[in-house]
Design a binder for this molecule. Structure first.
Ligand SMILES: Cc1ncc(COP(=O)(O)O)c(C=O)c1O
Length: 526
């Protein structure tokens, strides 16, 4: 009996309980990662995953493998030392929702595969549009046909997506269709062959999915032209205006503003960009995959002022909203733009259903079969309320600010940037020997205090690896202005400043240990 139904429900209860107990033990051990080097973890997994035979195995044997071989090789986002990426610890209610999503296995493409779920998603989308003030903004009416000033009223809408990449794709897809429609071309039907080239403007810090999606849309990555940014990583309006002039407003298909760039957390000046877009009748897509979380913030909400003026918006709940992957949304100021991607299939979204007012959400999605991810956000909002939810989000921003102060105070660290949302970019740069190190009094090592940029980059990369492989912390490496640096992305509300202090100490000791161990071979080794 393998299939989940009334005959296996008791077994389901028992096995789920056993599985939860294993997860509990894994959580209680409070490790970041126990899998060792890439080679070690690859070998452990190969020994487990390649053991598929004609006769299957007992569930207890599988669970034992999960416990001893898989879980040690997993990154625990629950750890307060897991600070590498926009990859958060998850809410317990998110896990409960996942259980319900998996067990009920609703598919959001048609009403008759997800009746209640369809209405939950629709209502949650309406709530999100309201939270973004899409319907009350002075930008309520937009017209992209540059020949007319006619304005009409409409309703906002949206759909849940697999995440930021897909939401960005939808924004560019609808912008592309609208742009060419205003020129009398139906790209969805006729394709782009023979059409003039169009331009997408985004900052030089925008997410790589913009270029990737432009290629997918047949526009070519070269259609993406980058606008210079200021020291905080935010788009420079003067350069935006310059780029529009250079390419000609009539050729600009969309401007993509980012509210929370991946590394710096930089937030483009949304209101100013929206004014430019309004004046030039250019579609404004806002990628708020990270910064969108500030919609719930009490103290930092003003950082994303102007978000209400987007024509389309990316939100990602599997980042700073602490929900399990995958969970994102695409919001659209004027939901009539969905019409350009409408496809009818009699088996899913028939015109008879349309006439009977039965919603089949496949009409709005790039996916057909689709998970009921909206349940996670709905339950989380309902359980926590927006105040407590917002406080969890704010906590990461507060800790990041304190972390930056700690790093600034150390002579052997360089802070590259004051935090905007909650990433902290820095690198270890030994300025002189510590007392311990001094006792070693090795002339070769003294020379090592003057490391080249390349050596510093390699040293910092090794530090990040050492910390992970030794189950100390998961921190990222990235590059800013051609300088490799370490990155803490502090989303976890349980991460305290004492955790950060301990991690900073570990970074320093890993750095000095690397230098010490290399001894004479230092210059060759790093
Ligand atoms: C600003 C931004 N946009 C989009 C994305 C892509 O989101 P996803 O990984 O959910 O596809 C990311 C991912 O980090 C991001 O930082």
């Amino acid at each position: 009996m393998y299939v989940l139904n009334q005959h296996t429900s008791e077994q389901y209860l028992t096995q789920m309980h056993k599985t939860s107990a294993i997860i509990k033990e894994w959580l209680d051990a409070n490790n970041v990662y126990l899998g060792g080097s890439p080679k070690q973890v690859q070998e452990t997994v190969a020994a487990m995953a390649m053991d598929i035979k004609a006769q299957g195995r007992d569930i207890d044997a599988l669970l034992a493998d999960i416990q001893t071989k898989l879980l040690p090789g997993c990154i625990s986002t629950a750890s307060s030392h897991c600070l590498a990426h926009l990859h958060p610890p998850t809410l317990v209610i998110g896990q409960i929702a996942e259980m319900i999503i998996a067990a009920t296995n609703q598919s959001m493409d048609s009403w008759n595969q997800s009746p209640a779920a369809t209405y939950i998603e629709t209502q949650l989308i309406a709530w999100l549009c309201q939270r973004c003030k899409f319907d009350s903004s002075e930008f309520a009416s937009r017209e992209f046909n540059k020949q007319t000033d006619e304005q009409t009223t409409y309703q906002s809408g949206g759909v849940f997506t697999s995440g930021g990449t897909q939401s960005n794709l939808m924004g560019l897809l609808l912008a592309r269709n609208t742009f060419y429609a205003a020129k009398g071309v139906d790209v969805q039907r006729d394709g782009l062959i023979g059409q003039s080239r169009s331009v997408i403007l985004c900052s030089d810090q925008a997410h790589f999915s913009i270029a990737k999606n432009a290629a997918l849309l047949g526009l070519g990555q070269q259609s993406v032209q980058t606008v210079a940014t200021d020291a905080s990583g935010a788009m420079l309006i003067a350069d935006l205006q310059h780029k529009i002039k250079e390419h000609g407003a009539d050729n600009v298909m969309a401007i993509v503003a980012t509210a929370g760039t991946t590394d710096l957390g930089a937030i483009d000046p949304l209101s100013a960009i929206a004014s430019v877009c309004k004046q030039a009748k250019i579609w404004l897509h806002v990628d708020a995959a990270w910064g969108g979380a500030l919609l719930l913030s009490k103290r930092y909400r003003d950082l994303i002022d102007g978000i209400d003026q987007a024509d389309s918006l990316t939100l990602d709940f599997h980042k700073h909203f602490f929900l399990p992957i995958s969970c994102g949304a695409f919001l659209l100021r004027d939901q009539r733009h969905f019409e350009s991607i409408r496809q009818h299939s009699e088996y899913l979204n028939s015109s008879a259903d349309d006439q009977d007012n039965i919603p089949n959400l496949v009409t709005y999605s790039l996916q057909t079969t689709r998970r009921f991810d909206a349940l996670k956000l709905w339950l989380a909002l309902d359980l926590l309320g927006t105040d407590a939810y917002g406080a969890l989000i704010d906590s990461g921003l507060d800790t990041a600010r304190k972390a930056a102060q700690l790093i600034k105070a150390r002579p052997d660290f360089v802070l590259l940037h004051d935090p905007i949302i909650s990433s902290v970019l820095f690198y270890f740069k030994p300025q002189g020997f510590s007392q311990d190190f001094d006792q070693n009094s090795n002339e070769d090592l003294k020379e090592a205090t003057e490391l080249t940029k390349l050596q510093l980059a390699q040293l910092n990369r090794q530090i990040a690896q050492d910390l992970l492989i030794n189950n100390i912390a998961n921190i990222a490496t990235t590059e800013l202005d051609e300088q490799l640096c370490l990155k803490l992305t502090i989303l976890n509300p349980t991460t305290q400043i004492s955790d950060i202090k301990a991690i900073i100490e570990e970074v320093a000791s890993a750095g000095y240990a690397r230098l010490k161990n290399y001894g004479d071979k230092l210059h060759a080794a790093i």
